[in-house]
Write a protein that binds this ligand. Structure first.
Ligand SMILES: CC(=O)N[C@H]1[C@@H](OP(=O)(O)OP(=O)(O)OC[C@H]2O[C@@H](n3ccc(=O)[nH]c3=O)[C@H](O)[C@@H]2O)O[C@H](CO)[C@@H](O)[C@@H]1O[C@H](C)C(=O)N[C@@H](C)C(=O)N[C@H](CCC(=O)O)C(=O)O
Ligand SMILES: Nc1ncnc2c1ncn2[C@@H]1O[C@H](COP(=O)(O)OP(=O)(O)OP(=O)(O)O)[C@@H](O)[C@H]1O
Ligand SMILES: N[C@H](CCC[C@H](N)C(=O)O)C(=O)O
Ligand SMILES: [Mg+2]
Length: 487
């Protein structure tokens, strides 16, 4: 039996009406999910205000209401707890409710604009190969040991996080690697978690639809490091100008990694080819199967983290040489007619530029690079012309298409992307709204040795149009089309 007062431990409370020694069942922040004897936490959201659903929660049987403002009319038999910050209260209560599972495993958070999924997934793979029970909370999936669950967010809400951490502890998981998104930090989804380490990959233009400006976006990321305890480590990319900023106010042990700057962990790219990278990490040479300079950063972060968590250098290097690319992250196939198709999740200007530059740096002769790309609806509109410009300047041919249009008109999105294309590049672009048709056209245009890049959706297996999700898998589709076209 869990009492309300037990889960309120460490929550900053302003006022209580009623009894906190009552037994509770579940906690939820969504009134629609409230059942008998549950606790409803009213959150002021980005669309609506949870406080307007307090009555609904009470009608559905809530035994307690946690809110920032107690309603003028209260109901006998329901306990009202007024807190300073509902988001924070929810996170602390969720952790208490599940028995503070983050304290019983080594939890590592990965933050930054790009590379979170790659770094956390490869750390999961490496520690699993090293024989540990490992957990993963990522954009692509949630793993409790080998058991897989569907992910809905990069960083889920605090109830979901703690629920999975509980499952992990119960399953004997020792290390958990999780992505920490800026939305997650801002909405305090990770508050109250006990982190053993934090990793910063890089910071570039993204999510300026949600954050006021770049400074706010950067400061939200920094908040994650500001909150790390002094028993944790903070590992940052020193080649990113915001790397040192992340360390300014952290109590954690600080470490840096870099390819160009002075740092605690250093690497050099000796060779960069289509079949892998030859790296020199702290004076050890190592072949990895991942491609592209940006992956050298990801791999160096992985190496440093594994060392900081106590694995032996020799073992780390041996296991790193066996790592394979993550789903939808530079995932590629070579067709019968020797056409290379690459599916990549690059959905930001910086990531798209990286992927295109990576492909161009590995291209040997006069083979064409045909890029298929779009931008998601209901998301940052300022990235659209930037991505249009990058795609057109760095490819031989570009087909603009839909990503997940969501509630926007896909043709308007495409027009905003096209607006960024310089006049000198316009001739090499065309626009085909239907994504499958766009991929098919790329396959028809491709000749022997050409490269097709399909960017933006990576591992996603759906396309979201007007609130509905239709089955769609870039990798499967390009594979089938190339075969059907005998290419
Ligand atoms: C913009 C955003 O981040 N929204 C998240 C936020 O919802 P919100 O604040 O908009 O909620 P709201 O609709 O205003 O409702 C306010 C409150 O009223 C409650 N409510 C609402 C209706 C009702 O009938 N009863 C009721 O109680 C809601 O449950 C909520 O508690 O809090 C919810 C619970 O945690 C999240 O599920 C939701 O994620 C939405 C679905 C989303 O799309 N988020 C994306 C942008 C996101 O978080 N992405 C990042 C990754 C980004 C990246 O790095 O690429 C992620 O970590 O996944
Ligand atoms: N270290 C890096 N620096 C720059 N670009 C990268 C890096 N790692 C991966 N990328 C590129 O960014 C894309 C997204 O990578 P990844 O999924 O690992 O990032 P993420 O931070 O998890 O993104 P999201 O915010 O969408 O969850 C990849 O497909 C790749 O093209
Ligand atoms: N986590 C990101 C994913 C974007 C992926 C892209 N395919 C899109 O739909 O815009 C977001 O929700 O903004
Ligand atoms: Mg991710």
């Amino acid at each position: 039996m869990i009492l309300l007062r037990d889960i309120l431990y460490k929550v900053t409370i302003d006022k209580v009406i009623g009894n906190t020694a009552v037994a509770i069942r579940n906690i939820d922040f969504d009134s629609r999910k409230i059942g008998l004897d549950d606790v409803f936490v009213a959150i002021r959201g980005t669309v609506s205000d949870g406080h307007s659903f307090i009555k609904m929660a009470a009608d559905k049987g809530a035994i307690a209401i946690v809110c920032e403002e107690i309603p003028s009319e209260t109901i006998n038999g329901i306990t009202y707890v007024q807190v300073e910050d509902s988001h924070q209260a929810l996170a602390m209560m969720a952790s208490n409710y599940f028995g503070n599972p983050s304290e019983d495993l080594k939890l590592i958070g990965v933050t930054g604009t790009n590379g979170k999924t790659t770094v956390s997934t490869l750390l999961y793979d490496l520690f699993t190969k090293a024989g540990y029970e490992v957990g993963l909370l990522s954009t692509v999936k949630i793993l409790v040991g080998k058991k897989e669950f569907k992910a809905t967010h990069t960083t889920p809400d605090s109830i979901t996080i703690n629920e999975y951490l509980r499952k992990m502890v119960d399953a004997g998981v020792e290390f958990c690697f999780m992505e920490v998104s800026s939305h997650g930090i801002h909405q305090k989804r990770t508050e109250g978690l006990s982190f053993k380490g934090g990793i910063f990959t890089n910071l570039s233009h993204d999510h300026l639809d949600y954050h006021k400006d770049f400074k706010e976006y950067r400061d939200v990321k920094k908040l994650f490091f500001d909150r790390l305890p002094k028993t944790a480590f903070a590992l940052v990319n020193a080649d990113d100008k915001n790397g040192p900023v992340m360390l300014q106010n952290t109590a954690a042990y600080s470490y840096t990694y870099a390819l160009k700057s002075h740092a605690d962990y250093r690497a050099q790219i000796l060779e960069n080819q289509f079949n892998g990278l030859l790296l020199k990490i702290n004076n050890n040479e190592l072949w990895v199967r991942l491609i592209g300079a940006f992956n050298a950063y990801n791999l160096l972060a992985i190496y440093a983290t594994a060392e900081l968590l106590g694995l032996e250098t020799i073992e780390i290097l041996q296991l790193m040489s066996t790592l394979e690319s993550v789903d939808g992250r530079f995932q590629h196939l070579i067709s019968e007619k020797n056409i290379t198709a690459i599916v990549d999740y690059a959905h930001t200007p910086d990531a798209l530029k990286n992927v295109l530059e990576t492909i161009n740096s590995i291209r040997t002769g006069n083979e064409s690079l045909i890029t298929v790309v779009g931008c998601g609806g209901d998301r940052d509109v300022t990235k659209r012309p930037k991505m249009g410009n990058i795609a057109a300047s760095l490819s031989t041919k570009v087909i603009f298409t839909s990503d997940n249009p969501r509630n926007e008109d896909p043709e308007k999105i495409i027009a905003q992307i096209e607006a960024g294309v310089g006049a000198e590049h316009f001739k090499k672009t065309l626009s085909i709204t239907e994504r499958k048709q766009a991929i098919k056209t790329a396959c028809q245009l491709a000749e022997e040795r050409d490269i097709i890049l399909i960017a933006g959706k990576g591992h996603e297996t759906y396309q979201e149009i007007q609130g509905e999700r239709f089955e769609f898998d870039d990798f499967k589709i390009v594979q089938e089309l190339l075969k059907a076209l005998n290419k």
